[in-house]
Design a protein around this ligand. Structure first.
Ligand code: 4NP
Length: 150
């Protein structure tokens, strides 16, 4: 069983979508996908309604997800940790204990555009178009990740 963790800031907009999109593209008997946020502002809450709605448009139901915070022990549980932006990357790396932990952490769009360090923009303060844009970026990146994992 391989385990993949998607990480953003609040765990209510981007990483819940990334979790559901990747899980929909892989065999759930072989690969488990989870998500977390680097901040605890929204712990226990369901995803942002705009993420729930864009996911539903593409046939994915994320309303039962609950936000949680990234913890150091997640480095032990997960094989791959994908972050959405540079700030998430810094926040997760600050908790890394050794080189093995560091090597698990990747900017998710680098799977599509290697070494470019492009970011999945935080859509929280924008409109619906931002969520659609995030969905499309994550869908493309997860296609690549799913192929690598199988
Ligand atoms: P996320 O988006 O990191 O994609 O879940 C955000 C959600 C909440 C906040 C910021 C970003 N916030 O400031 O509360």
């Amino acid at each position: 069983m391989k385990k993949v963790l998607m990480v953003c800031l609040g765990n209510i907009c981007r990483s819940p979508l990334a979790e559901a999109i990747l899980q929909s593209k892989v065999n759930s008997k072989e690969i488990v996908v989870d998500s977390a946020g680097t901040a605890d502002y929204h712990t226990g809450k369901q995803p942002d309604i705009r993420s729930i709605e864009i996911a539903a448009k593409f046939g994915l139901d994320i309303h039962k997800q609950k936000a949680r915070t990234f913890e150091v022990r997640n480095f032990d549980t997960f094989d791959h940790i994908y972050v959405m932006d540079k700030s998430n990357y810094q926040n997760v790396l600050e908790l890394a204990r050794d080189k093995n932990d560091v090597l698990k952490v990747k900017m998710i769009l680098n799977e599509l555009h290697p070494n470019k360090n492009l970011e999945v923009p935080d859509p929280y303060y924008g409109g619906d178009q931002g969520f659609k844009n995030v969905y499309n970026m994550l869908d493309e990146a997860c296609d690549v990740i799913a192929k690598q994992l199988q």
